[in-house]
Design a binder for this molecule. Structure first.
Ligand code: CP
Length: 343
């Protein structure tokens, strides 16, 4: 197990970036990154999601965000994140606008800020933003009106906080709330993965017993060891006795230059097969944020096998996003509302 004292704590990382997430009362106003969240806040999000998981299984709709308008602004492709945010908003009774970026006025040269100003003029309450550039969600949060919440749905290589939260929810549902007992292995393209960065922050905040990363040197960020993880280049030893194995997609769209010989060779060295999975604990769960590349990072027999919880992750994404939306919009003070009414 890694010495927890050697881990860089969240309080030491990028404080200027994450401190705008909380309002003056310490409530969640935006969700831009996992960094800087307290264990109590993260646990509170997961607990709230647990109550919404019950809603999703039975009544399907609650009136918590009736009258609120939520805007999906996805400048990058998405299946799971965009649709589960939309479903989450609808199950909270909010109105949802899905802006089609390719047919919006941004294609005529309208700037991001002007687009936001126009959406603000339509009395929107929340922007959910995915963008290829790291820091876009922070930029937007710094420029919107006080009553608006911004949720980061993935920015460049930086962060994908709701994905990490739904992954923690999935682990907690399958392995219990004591993360200190767990050995978690994250395997694959960590260099380009905003999901992995957010997962590592979340696992550290929840005091996970051991966090391992498994990848070729070319697919690991230089600062990875400072994040309190142990590094492996061999998958068999990297997933040995793991309780949780998280596979990552090769992010070819973000790769510059030849970081890999070929997908076939990558699969031979790092692909998760039934045979390799035997090195993990017999009751280990296999996770993947999706989209999966079958035969590249994971074999179909594992992706569709008894230890896979990949589709459960998708389902839990709705409850987790309901929790984040209700907590952020619920944090707005009366003065914010007054400011909106007078603006
Ligand atoms: N996990 C994830 O972000 O998937 P999408 O790209 O489909 O949203």
């Amino acid at each position: 197990m890694v010495n927890k004292a050697t881990r860089k704590t969240d309080n030491m990382i990028g404080k200027d970036l994450w401190n705008i997430q909380l309002d003056n009362n310490g409530n969640l106003k935006h969700l831009l990154t996992i960094e800087g969240l307290s264990t109590e806040m993260l646990t509170s999000i997961l607990d709230t999601a647990e109550t919404f998981a019950g809603v999703n299984e039975s009544v399907k709709k609650v009136p918590l965000l009736r009258g609120k308008t939520i805007v999906n602004l996805f400048f990058e492709a998405s299946t799971r994140t965009r649709t589960t945010f939309e479903l989450a908003a609808k199950r909270l009774s909010a109105d949802v606008l899905n802006i089609n970026i390719s047919t919006s006025a941004t294609s005529k040269g309208e700037s991001l800020l002007d687009t936001l100003r126009n959406l603000e003029a339509m009395q929107c309450d929340m922007f959910i933003v995915r963008h290829e550039s790291s820091g876009t969600a922070h930029f937007i949060a710094n420029h919107v009106a006080p009553h608006i919440s911004v949720l980061n749905a993935g920015d460049g290589r930086h962060a994908h906080p709701t994905q990490a939260l739904l992954d923690m929810f999935t682990i907690r549902r399958n392995k219990g709330a004591d993360f200190g007992k767990l050995r978690v292995a994250i395997v694959g393209d960590l260099l380009h993965s905003r999901v992995a960065r957010s997962q590592i922050h979340a696992l550290n905040i929840l005091n996970t017993g051991e966090i391992r990363v498994v990848a070729p040197k070319t697919l690991l960020p230089k600062d990875i060891e400072q994040m309190g993880v142990s590094v492996y280049h061999d998958i068999q030893s990297g997933i040995k006795d793991a309780d949780v194995v998280i596979m990552l997609r090769l992010q070819k769209e973000r790769m510059q230059g030849a970081l890999l010989p070929s997908e076939q060779e990558y699969f031979q060295l790092y692909g998760l097969t039934e045979e390799r999975l035997k090195a993990a604990k017999p009751d280990a769960i296999v996770m993947h944020p999706g989209p999966i590349n079958r035969g590249v990072e994971i074999d179909s027999t594992v992706a569709d096998g008894p230890q896979s919880v990949i589709l459960n992750q998708v389902t839990y994404g709705i409850a987790v996003r309901m929790a984040v939306m209700s907590m952020t919009l619920g944090s707005h003070s009366t003065s914010d509302d007054k400011q909106r009414k007078s603006s």
